[in-house]
Design a protein around this ligand. Sequence first.
Ligand code: UTP
Length: 297
Amino acid sequence: MSRKVTKAIFPVAGLGTRFLPATKSIPKEIMTLVDRPLIQYAIDEARAAGIKEFIFVTSRGKGALEDYFDHAHELESSLRKAGKKDLLQLLNETNMESGAIAYIRQHKALGLGHAVWCARRLLANEPFAVILTDDVIMGEPPCLQQMIEAYGETGGSMVATMEVSPAKTSSYGVLDIAEDMGAIVKAKGMVEKPKPGTEPSNLAVIGRYILAPTVMQNLNKLKQGSGGEIQLTDAIADEITEGRDVFGLRFRGQRFDCGSKAGFLQATVAFGLARDELKDELAEFLTDIMSMRKAAE
Ligand code: UTP
């Protein structure tokens, strides 16, 4: 089996309840950080890592997401007529090659593991990436690229990890560490949302994965796990039980949980401050608003 990873699955079939009422009509993945939808950040990261085929697991109400990747012919022609080359270039960067995107439906939100399993027929016996668009990561090189490089050395399966405070481990999948090699750790177990006090470490798994094809076979069991959902974590943990390697990578970069309101707002500020044309005005505003807040206390 080749270690080349060319396909990525983007599970986007969740209900996005934490962003209601907005998500009543807008897919969460279309919500924008500055001027780019969350999905664009995920696609850019995947492309930088050498991904060529993009598999979206969608659900009802995600039409805007599919439209986003279509060429906007009318818009492009009026920009061309107006000589707006820079805007045309910007749009071009979002266009996808015909046939590079596949959409598959998850008919019911039965969990992340189930969403990934829905893409099984689009994969051969090959390793694949999974990207959760909620997790937006500022990193250079981008997180998935760091993982592909590390995976080139380790093989097996690899998850992105970061240290979280013990109080927060119960919101994540958490690694049980067999061997800590610095940036890379070898796992001897993986638990989804451990009860407080039972977490095997404080190394949490976040939304980037490179998975061996056997993980897809493990998902065939469609075993219900934490919260009654079919968990991807369980299918990865089964790899370890069956004697195959699972590694965690402490990636370099900052991760924002854009599935939560606080994380989304923090990402908006961070990405705004990273833009030359916005940073001064935004920084001034933040300084002013913080001093007004202090004065009012
Ligand atoms: P979340 O746990 O954040 O769920 O899913 P959600 O529905 O998107 O959001 P909330 O919690 O209701 O606000 C993590 C990722 O897994 C996908 C989601 O789309 C998201 O990218 N997912 C989750 C599925 O595709 N299908 C599922 O059945 C569950």
